[in-house]
Design a protein around this ligand. Structure first.
Ligand code: ZN
Length: 469
């Protein structure tokens, strides 16, 4: 048994002791303990892809297990869901059609699951699919042919064996060009994302405009070259499930990773460069753990709940994007997503105010917020919910979101974002409020997604920079 395991067992024992305490002081003392542990120097700033990220992930997992949540993987009993993050390194990615060169990342992109390759071939757009006759298959296989798939209104699910890309591969096409004018995040999902499937041929995403252009060319031919370096670091989301046998599932999430120790390569405890991230986002992680504990103790809940501590948020929301683009995501019928990012500094600016964003993402949020008592603070209601935290991929997948924060303080992303600055009584009050809010949200049959406009998001972004200070 190594030192880390002994440390984790000790933590689990102390956590179990603390969970035995009840009531407000219970919440507050658990917050002190969990935020203290996650933002301790020995966590070295919890950078995604590092050993300290894993240490933090195992700490959260121990709490989920202790509180009786079901593991993400019932087979292994693990709550950790690994994913790769960071951009794929495109050593080569080129496409030209009838001699005209197009721009990688703008007009087209090799999708994450593309194989490497180089070819010159005719492009066909075949409506009969899969190819019916032996002759047609033979014909396709006799010379390299690139297949153009315009998905139009069909949602592409690459994890399903019967997807059009797999069928085209089976028919013998040498490469595939995919386009879809309908799915809003088609490009994000396929290009430069984490891929669970690898195709045996080059597969390119192209814009809908380019797809239309190609169909207007007589006998189009293309030249394709792609080479991808796939060595990317792994990170881990920590996922616990409260399964109430319900139809709908709600998500309560917050990121646990932080920015590490910028400026120190081999830091030791006490290094002044360790960014402990107590408010960002040990505070939100501890809140997720506390709400998970609460939900697992409730009887007769009408929703199932997924509690997710996301990783690689600081690298670009990779954990939440990975979850939203995963096969698992499509197994659930999601009611809403609650995001907690920086909830530990209530009244830091002298204003006793909790910000709530995403109010426009469901018609139900306004009345839910009005009917839930919040005596300990005022609420700053903001309609938009821009892309600066883990709620964003859920918005993009048309799931109502509600995002709470005590605001962007002066210590944000600095080594001085420490546990001693946390307002523990304030965060305990926020958690009690969120318990009431979730209790009231249980009465909503179907919150229903309402699109947030660009203008609402712009205003939310500006208010994040100015008014919350
Ligand atoms: Zn954050």
């Amino acid at each position: 048994m190594n030192k880390t395991s002994i440390f984790l067992i000790l933590l689990a024992v102390i956590a179990a002791k603390l969970s035995a305490q009840e009531g407000k002081t219970g919440i507050e003392s658990r917050l002190r303990y969990n935020i203290g542990a996650l933002s301790h120097d020995s966590m070295f700033g919890r950078e995604a892809g590092s050993a300290s990220e894993m240490k933090a992930a195992l700490f959260i997992e121990a709490a989920f297990r202790n509180d009786g949540l079901k593991p993400y993987d019932p087979g292994t009993g693990s709550y950790l869901k690994p994913f790769k993050f960071g951009p794929l390194l495109y050593k080569k990615s080129s496409l030209s059609i009838n001699g005209v060169k197009y721009r990688s990342g703008v007009d087209f992109g090799a999708v994450a699951g593309s194989s490497d390759g180089e070819l010159q071939a005719a492009i066909v757009e075949n409506k009969i699919f899969p190819l019916k006759s032996e002759e047609a298959v033979k014909d396709i296989r006799s010379k390299p042919t690139v297949y153009l798939i315009d998905l139009k209104h069909e949602k592409l699910n690459l994890d399903q064996p019967e997807n059009p890309v797999n069928m085209a591969v089976q028919d013998g096409y040498a490469a595939i060009l995919l386009s879809n004018a309908y799915e809003p995040d088609f490009k994000n999902r396929l290009f430069n994302a984490d891929s669970t499937v690898l195709f045996p041929v080059p597969v390119f995403y192209i814009t809908a405009d380019l797809a239309i252009q190609i169909t207007k060319i007589e006998n189009p031919t293309c030249e394709i070259e792609v080479s991808i370096d796939r060595k990317r670091p792994a990170a881990y989301n920590v996922i616990g499930f409260v399964d109430n046998g319900a139809k709908k599932t709600a998500v309560v999430g917050g990121h646990f990773d932080h920015v590490g120790t910028p400026g120190s390569e081999n830091p030791v405890i006490g290094d002044p460069n360790i960014c402990n991230g107590a408010d960002d986002n040990a505070s939100g992680t501890a809140a997720v753990m506390e709400l998970a504990r609460w939900a697992s103790q409730q009887k007769n809940l009408k929703y199932n709940y997924l509690f997710i501590a996301f990783s690689a948020e600081e690298k670009g929301l990779f954990g939440s994007w990975n979850f939203c683009n995963s096969v698992d995501f499509r197994k659930y019928d999601f009611a809403w997503m609650l995001n907690l990012d920086m909830v530990g500094r209530l009244a830091w600016n002298g204003k006793n105010r909790l910000t709530v964003e995403g109010v426009a993402s469901s018609h139900e949020w306004k009345s839910l917020l009005n009917k839930t008592e919040h005596k300990a603070f005022t609420l700053l209601r903001i309609k938009g919910a821009p892309g600066y935290s883990d709620h964003f991929p859920f918005v993009k997948h048309h799931i109502p979101v509600i995002y709470f924060s005590t605001g962007l303080e002066h210590e944000y992303h600095k080594p001085v974002d420490d546990a001693n600055l946390i307002n523990y009584a304030g965060e305990a009050a926020i958690i009690e409020y969120l318990e009431r809010l979730m209790q009231n949200a249980e009465k909503i049959e179907n919150p229903g997604f309402h699109k947030i406009s660009g203008w609402q998001n712009f205003k939310a972004f500006i208010s994040g920079l100015v008014f919350r200070r």
